[in-house]
Design a protein around this ligand. Structure first.
Ligand SMILES: *[C@@H]1O[C@H](CO)[C@@H](O)[C@H](O)[C@H]1NC(C)=O
Ligand SMILES: *[C@@H]1O[C@H](CO)[C@@H](O)[C@H](O)[C@H]1NC(C)=O
Ligand SMILES: *[C@@H]1O[C@H](CO)[C@@H](O)[C@H](O)[C@H]1NC(C)=O
Ligand SMILES: *[C@@H]1O[C@H](CO)[C@@H](O)[C@H](O)[C@H]1NC(C)=O
Ligand SMILES: *[C@@H]1O[C@H](CO)[C@@H](O)[C@H](O)[C@H]1NC(C)=O
Length: 456
């Protein structure tokens, strides 16, 4: 019997989640809310379609083409420490991060961030004996959208807003939730020269906001304590009154290929879902589903994916319009053992160090300010958002000056034909494992900032 790796709190959460799923009528759209501040504070929400077509204000906004604002990030900062001078620096850094990202992206709708800067030990009792959490950022809500291949994938709310559909799932108040541990050894602009033990706060938040905007793969080991097999996130589909499980990708995942074969990871998702739609179909309990998957022939596919994820230069992100694997952006698959949250959802560390695309490596340069990192990378005109990262954004669906009309997935239509159903009763996806996913997002952070473990 496989038990999902998770604290008992998460197991409890999972059970609660499943229970609540069962009660939700299939006609309502369902989204997930993620709160990195407290893992238990994550819930399945109904996000019924709303139509703001008649709303004059929003019509004006959509017709507003002059989206050349440097300040399209709206940050609500809760600064829970008594040092007001540091709070002011945190605030300034957030504004600067928003300006940096807004300079590359033509955001049509503002991105709202609920940011918290507190002492985790005092506020959350997370005082860590062997280490402590430094920060976390995640999309506040992820929303299913339908891609050109007919598959539904989960998109971060910040991106869904940019698509500008008048009828859309209802949004949560913020697009991104982020939290930062005030006891970490952060350096702020204006401080004395950065020391080798310090980390530029601006560097950290730009990196984290990029994750919150959608630079996140769902491929991970959701099954084992010691990772050995990878799947996309596990979604629950509700068909009529019946619950079924299926692997579901995030927006980012559809562009990942195996190098050099140039084989699309979505093909592996399909292969793993052969189980979900076949023998896996009968399971109504998530642990049974997992055990069944481990025992199935499709588990070999998951193990193969794990091999790719731990072999250098095996996975790449293909920007839209590219076909040659030489044009792929190399993802982090050099870490062995596999590191949850660090592997795959970052760019290759050694390839992109001291290049203009340094930002999304899994380790930050200690003692190097963001500004100096940009200089070391060749002083790219786009600053911290390098050319490859820009093409990731464009591929996901963010507009830029060079690419004003990016790809746009469709809102999931109730009548859309999905790959496992020819009936009009299309499955509705929910991310069942988001709580576990959050756990791995948080573990990124532990990896990413492993050097915070000793504070000076
Ligand atoms: C149009 O966009 C500009 C720049 O983004 C912004 O300052 C202005 O408020 C917007 N106007 C409306 C009506 O939304
Ligand atoms: C935005 O406008 C400023 C001046 O108004 C200009 O310098 C800058 O190049 C513009 N940026 C974009 C992305 O259009
Ligand atoms: C924003 O984050 C704070 C935690 O600092 C939380 O208490 C609050 O509920 C959040 N607000 C919303 C609207 O999610
Ligand atoms: C990946 O496969 C899907 C079909 O499953 C296809 O629509 C998409 O274009 C492929 N992407 C790449 C980068 O080859
Ligand atoms: C990156 O550049 C910095 C500054 O020039 C240098 O100190 C460092 O050794 C370089 N790192 C690598 C891996 O080339």
């Amino acid at each position: 019997m496989i038990l999902f790796k998770s604290s008992s709190l998460l197991v409890l959460l999972l059970l609660l989640t499943i229970t609540s799923l069962a009660n939700i009528p299939t006609t309502n759209a369902q989204c997930y809310e993620h709160n990195p501040l407290k893992i238990s504070d994550k819930e399945l929400v109904e996000c019924p379609l709303v139509d703001d077509g008649d709303d004059e204000e929003s019509l004006k906004k959509r017709q507003n083409t002059s989206s050349n604002s440097t300040q399209m990030f709206q940050i609500k900062l809760t600064c829970g420490i008594s040092d007001r001078a540091i709070c002011a620096k945190v605030n300034t850094a957030f504004a600067a991060a928003g300006t940096i990202i807004s300079a590359t992206l033509n955001l049509k709708e503002p991105v709202t961030v609920n940011a918290t800067f507190i002492d985790f030990c005092k506020s959350m009792g997370d005082c860590g004996n062997s280490g402590f959490l430094t920060l976390g950022a995640a999309p506040a809500r992820t929303i299913p959208m339908q891609d050109l291949d007919g598959k539904q994938r989960f998109y971060p709310q910040a991106l869904v807003k940019q698509f500008g559909y008048t009828t859309h799932s209802s949004y949560s108040a913020y697009d991104i939730v982020a939290m930062f541990n005030s006891v970490a050894n952060f350096w702020f602009d204006g401080d004395p020269p950065i020391r080798t033990s310090q980390s530029d706060f601006l560097f950290v938040i730009v990196h984290e906001l990029v994750h919150g905007l959608g630079f996140t793969s769902s491929w991970d080991d959701y099954l084992n304590d010691v990772p050995e097999a990878l799947t996309p996130d596990l979604g629950g589909t509700t068909k009529g009154s019946r619950r079924q499980y299926q692997f579901v990708e995030y927006a980012f995942d559809q562009y990942i290929v195996v190098i050099p074969q140039n084989k699309n990871l979505s093909i592996y998702t399909d292969q793993e879902n052969v189980f979900s739609k076949g023998t896996g179909n009968k399971y109504t309990n998530i642990d049974d589903f997992a055990q069944g998957f481990v025992d199935s022939p499709q588990y070999a596919v998951a193990k193969q994916l794990f091999n790719y994820a731990t072999t250098s230069n095996s996975l790449g992100f293909m920007p839209r319009g590219t076909k040659d694997p030489n044009d792929a952006i190399i993802l982090e698959t050099s870490l062995n053992p596999y590191q949850q949250g660090s592997s795959i959802s970052h760019v290759d560390y050694s390839k992109y160090t001291n290049t203009s695309d340094f930002l999304m490596r899994y380790l930050q340069d200690r003692g190097v300010s963001l500004q100096n990192a940009v200089l070391n990378g060749g002083d790219y005109k786009g600053g911290a958002i390098g050319p490859q990262l820009k093409s990731v954004f464009e591929t996901l669906g963010y507009a830029t000056q060079d690419n004003p009309n990016p790809y746009r997935p469709s809102p999931p239509s109730p009548n859309s034909k999905t790959d496992d159903s020819s009936s009009s009763d299309a499955p509705k996806f929910n991310l069942i494992y988001s709580s576990l996913r959050m756990q791995s997002l948080l573990s990124i952070i532990v990896m990413f900032f492993a050097w915070y473990i000793t504070r000076d």
